[in-house]
Design a protein around this ligand. Structure first.
Ligand code: UTP
Length: 280
């Protein structure tokens, strides 16, 4: 079976979470559809994948997330209304995305955690390596390649699962999966341990996993065997630990910025950053 073929062709977007930190906004609108300026978070993620040469989007949605499917489709009435007017350019970017990508959807029926959401994507992904983007972690690298593009390149060399990591203040360790590893090249670590949301005193390092992954497809069988962990959820960190124990996970200190748009502070920070960028 073509398990570790070099090319990453599909990107999975787990987008079934409740987004409780954004209630009441997320009562009827998926968190992934909240906009930074005029563009929904999920569209930023899709554009990042496309820019990294990954054109097939696999989106795991849940109840109340129909807006996601409608967004990545033509709106005939709207198109007809603004065709030939001065407003037509507002749709240029999303039209480009729709024509260049394919979109496949599946639903996570019960929100049993990120690991479980990734497992729900298995029928779309099949048995090949794939990327994962958590759209509420918004990344930007104005000095070069996007974070996912950097990781896709790294995969060509390492041919194993890769997690993007960033240095965090020690007191924040209980919000992230935290890794321990041996630095093999500058900013590239062979992972030896990973812990989901450790208390600062138990954190194995200050390197936290953010919402960008490349996973080899053996992860699906591992997730199936993974028991619920922190918060009673099936954690991708716990499944990745099984791969890490075989020396098959790389942690990559990416180049660029990351905004935690799942939190109000990160969302406002991202809004200011992209606003200033748009005016520069
Ligand atoms: P988060 O924990 O940040 O998202 O999960 P959440 O649960 O929606 O947010 P809060 O904490 O209630 O405010 C990270 C990502 O994993 C997805 C989420 O949609 C988000 O993109 N996720 C999480 C799922 O798809 N399914 C799950 O069961 C859990």
């Amino acid at each position: 079976m073509p398990q570790n073929t070099t090319k990453i062709k599909k990107c999975l977007f787990p987008a079934a979470g409740y987004g409780t930190r954004f209630l009441p906004a997320t009562k009827a609108i998926p968190k992934e559809m909240l906009p930074i300026l005029t563009k929904p978070l999920l569209q930023y993620g899709v554009e990042e994948a496309l820019g990294a040469g990954v054109g097939n989007m696999a989106i795991v949605t849940g109840r109340g997330k129909r807006a996601v499917e409608d967004h990545f489709d033509i709106s005939y009435e709207l198109e007809h209304q603004i065709k030939g007017t001065s407003k037509e350019h507002y749709l240029t970017e999303i039209r480009a995305v729709i024509t260049k990508c394919t979109f496949s959807y599946t639903r996570q029926i019960e929100m049993k955690g990120l690991g479980h959401a990734i497992l729900c994507g298995e029928p779309i992904i099949g048995y090949e390596p794939f990327a994962v983007i958590l759209a509420d972690d918004l990344c930007d690298n104005d000095k070069g390649e996007s974070v996912l593009a950097q990781m896709v390149k790294l995969y060509e060399k390492y041919q194993c699962s890769i997690v993007a990591v960033e240095e965090i203040p020690p007191e924040d360790s209980n919000k992230y999966g935290v890794i321990a590893g041996k630095e093999e090249e500058e900013g590239i670590f062979r992972v030896t341990d990973m812990v989901e949301k450790p208390e600062p005193k138990d954190a194995p390092s200050n390197l936290a996993i953010i919402g960008r992954y490349i996973l080899t497809p053996d992860i699906f069988d591992i997730i199936r065997e993974t028991k619920p962990g922190k918060g009673g959820e099936i954690q991708i960190t716990d499944a990745l630990l099984a791969q890490a124990k075989q020396g098959k996970v790389i942690a990559y200190k990416f180049k660029g910025k990351r905004f935690d748009c799942g939190s109000v502070d990160g969302f406002v920070e991202a809004t200011n950053y992209f606003y200033n960028k748009s005016k520069a």
